[in-house]
Design a protein around this ligand. Structure first.
Ligand code: CMP
Length: 163
């Protein structure tokens, strides 16, 4: 079943499993879905964001009505930060995660299934190659990201993983 990964640009993206999902015991479920969708985890850590980190990470939203509450929420508890790799990782992860507002998220996406509100939407996923580069390096030094040398064909092509 294993083999070379299908052709396409291999990209890195940042996923954050946010405090609501961590507190609700959804780390394993979210990582399971991500892995079944063919992503490799090349770096991962848990932290409770400081105010400076949350403000810096979400600086493009400064001044928006939801900004202060967003910072408060992101500093309220632990998050899990993951650097994920796959061909077309940025678009693929956004599709797996679903729309920011869970009421708009497609059936079967992580936010459709688990998010309770736009504010409490379980995960963050980088929205462009520029954002992905900035966001990965906001939290990870290059030396903390493992270079993946062995690429396996999409895990969900294995019979036991079909759903
Ligand atoms: P995320 O993908 O992490 O990017 C920015 C976050 O701001 C977003 O998910 C939501 O958690 C939050 N957000 C965006 N728009 C709104 C909104 N209208 N009301 C409340 N929170 C929002």
């Amino acid at each position: 079943m294993s083999g070379q990964q299908s052709r396409g640009t291999v990209q890195r993206t940042l996923m954050i499993i946010k405090p609501d999902a961590v507190a609700r015991g959804l780390i394993g479920e979210i990582l399971h879905r991500v892995e079944l969708d063919g992503f490799q985890i090349s770096a991962m850590k848990m932290l409770k964001m400081t105010e400076a980190q949350a403000k810096g990470f979400y600086r493009m939203h400064r001044g928006k009505p939801f900004y202060n509450q967003l910072v408060k929420f992101m500093t309220s508890d632990r998050s899990v930060l993951c650097v994920l790799e796959r061909e077309n990782a940025i678009t693929s992860l956004r599709q797996l995660v679903g729309s920011t507002d869970p009421d708009q998220a497609a059936f079967g996406t992580i936010r459709h299934d688990y998010a309770t509100a736009t504010r409490f939407n379980c995960v963050h996923a980088s929205d462009s190659p520029e954002s992905a580069r900035r966001e990965v390096h906001f939290f990870f030094r290059d030396s903390a990201i493992v270079r993946i040398t062995r690429r396996i064909k999409r895990i969900y092509s294995m019979p036991f993983a079909r759903r």
